[in-house]
Structure formats: structure tokens, C-alpha cells
Design a protein around this ligand. Structure first.
Ligand code: IPE
Ligand code: IPE
Ligand code: MG
Length: 246
């Protein structure tokens, strides 16, 4: 049995429904300790489990982690291989989440991943599809631009089959064909490690998200840091292009 998590958010604080996390800083975390980068990835992977449980305890409904971008293939082969090995290992462990009533989904282009990995991803998604306490989304070989291309390709295919015409192409239709189908837009995007950019994460889905940056490196990011981000989110004024009503 997992230990009960004690959270510390004051009463009345609103918890964002969908939080996106760019798990950055693993390499620097390892470098600071004179260790190989892959040790940082291992620590980062461990942390994602802890933060997921913490987020669930806080009442977050959707949490999306940026685990590997469409650009990360540019890294040295041994680093990419180490990351892929970690995914395989963690996909086995992600099964624990199923017992915690958490649905697991993956976004990104799977065709470039190993067959074993693809099979495990499909299995976890299938086995968790009816769970509803929280949805955990893992972005693997994900790119926001690729996500939009993927949607457009499906829409063009529908048009070629004569199912839709030009005027049917709406924001809703594009959204429905993104990898994130049925996942609400991101409310809060958190990026540790000090970088202040999106690096091709959820570009469509974060059109009205609030951004939170911290210098903490991802393997050192704790539940308290998640709470700090949520507190900062509570002090933002989301106008969505309108005017203040408060
Ligand atoms: C993020 O950590 C993990 C992946 C991109 C897979 P980094 O590996 O980018 O860590 P830094 O940015 O080099 O510290
Ligand atoms: C973004 O981090 C991708 C993930 C965390 C998976 P990067 O480390 O790849 O981003 P850049 O290169 O600093 O923009
Ligand atoms: Mg990085």
C-alpha cells in the first residue's frame, strides 16, 4: 500500500484541471554531481511517479508530462537508447497506477518507437481506459507542430473521402483530431530547470495556459514546488481576451 500523501494547499485554492510539466534539467542535475546524463534521466523518471501521486492527492484531473520531444532524437545515440530503456522499464511500473484508478494515455508519434514499447503502451492504455480518478498523459516522441500536422492529415483524408468540405474545418475539428482528443486544454504549464520556453510542447493546447518557471532541476522538483506553482496560478488573472469582471 502506498503511504498516504499529506498536501498543504490552503483551503479555497483552485487546483488547475490540466497541468503540463516539461521535465527538464535531468542532464544538468547529473552533471552537477559528476555523473553521466543517463543517471539524471533515471532520477527524473523516478520523480515523475512521486509527482503524479502528489498531483492526484491535490485533485488534479489531467497531468501531461513532456518526456521526449520530436527534436530529442538529435541527442547522442547512447543517451536516446538509455531514455528508451527507461520508458520500457517505467511502462511496467506505470501499471501500478492502474491500481490507483488512474487512466494512462500517450501522445506523440509512436511509429518511431520500438515494437515492444508500442505494444506496452497500447496495453497500458487499454487496461486503464475505464479509470477516472485522474488521467496521466505521457508525451513521447511528441511535438506540438507534429501534433497539428497529424490532425491536418486526418482532416485531409476525411475531405478526400468526401466526408467533409472546406467549411467543416473548424477549431473544434482540428482539436478533435489532435493526439490530445478529449483532453481539455492545459491550464498551467510548469517548466523546471530555468529555461523559459515551450520547446514544441502542447502549442495548440496551451494557447491560454498560464506559465510557471522555476530554476529547480526536474529531479529535485517536489510536491511543495507543485503547490508553489498552483499558488502562483491562483494569483493570475485569466481574461481570455475579455475584461476583468472581479
Ligand atoms: C529533460 O532533461 C529530459 C529529456 C529531454 C528527455 P534534459 O536531458 O534536457 O536535461 P538538461 O536540459 O540537459 O539539463
Ligand atoms: C524539452 O526539453 C523536451 C523534454 C523535456 C522532453 P529540451 O531540453 O529538449 O528542450 P531545449 O532543447 O532546451 O529547448
Ligand atoms: Mg533540457
Amino acid at each position: 500500500m502506498a503511504k498516504a500523501i499529506v498536501t498543504h494547499l490552503p483551503e479555497g485554492v483552485s487546483v488547475p484541471a490540466h497541468i503540463g510539466i516539461i521535465m527538464d534539467g535531468n542532464g544538468r542535475w547529473a552533471k552537477k554531481r559528476g555523473m553521466p546524463r543517463k543517471v539524471g534521466h533515471r532520477e527524473g523518471a523516478k520523480n515523475f511517479r512521486a509527482i503524479t501521486r502528489y498531483a492526484k492527492a491535490l485533485g488534479v484531473k489531467y497531468i501531461t508530462y513532456y518526456a521526449f520531444s520530436t527534436e530529442n532524437w538529435k541527442r547522442p545515440k547512447d543517451e536516446v537508447d538509455a531514455i528508451m530503456d527507461l520508458f520500457e522499464k517505467y511502462l511496467d511500473e506505470v501499471r501500478d497506477f492502474i491500481e490507483e484508478n488512474i487512466r494512462v494515455r500517450f501522445i506523440g508519434d509512436r511509429s518511431m518507437l520500438s515494437e515492444t514499447l508500442q505494444r506496452k503502451m497500447k496495453g497500458v492504455e487499454e487496461d486503464s481506459k475505464d479509470f477516472d480518478s485522474m488521467t496521466l498523459v505521457l508525451a513521447i516522441n511528441y511535438g506540438g507542430r507534429d501534433d497539428i500536422c497529424h490532425s491536418v492529415r486526418q482532416i485531409v483524408a476525411m475531405a478526400c473521402r468526401g466526408e467533409i468540405t472546406e467549411s467543416d474545418v473548424t477549431e473544434e475539428l482540428i482539436e478533435k483530431n489532435l493526439y490530445t482528443e478529449e483532453i481539455p486544454p492545459a491550464d498551467l504549464i510548469i517548466r523546471p530547470s530555468g529555461e523559459q520556453r515551450l520547446s514544441n510542447f502542447l502549442i495548440w493546447q496551451s494557447a491560454y495556459a498560464e506559465f510557471y518557471y522555476t530554476n529547480i532541476l526536474w529531479p529535485d522538483f517536489r510536491g511543495k514546488d507543485l503547490e508553489d506553482a498552483i499558488m502562483a496560478f491562483n494569483n493570475r488573472n485569466r481574461r481570455y481576451g475579455g475584461i476583468d469582471t472581479k
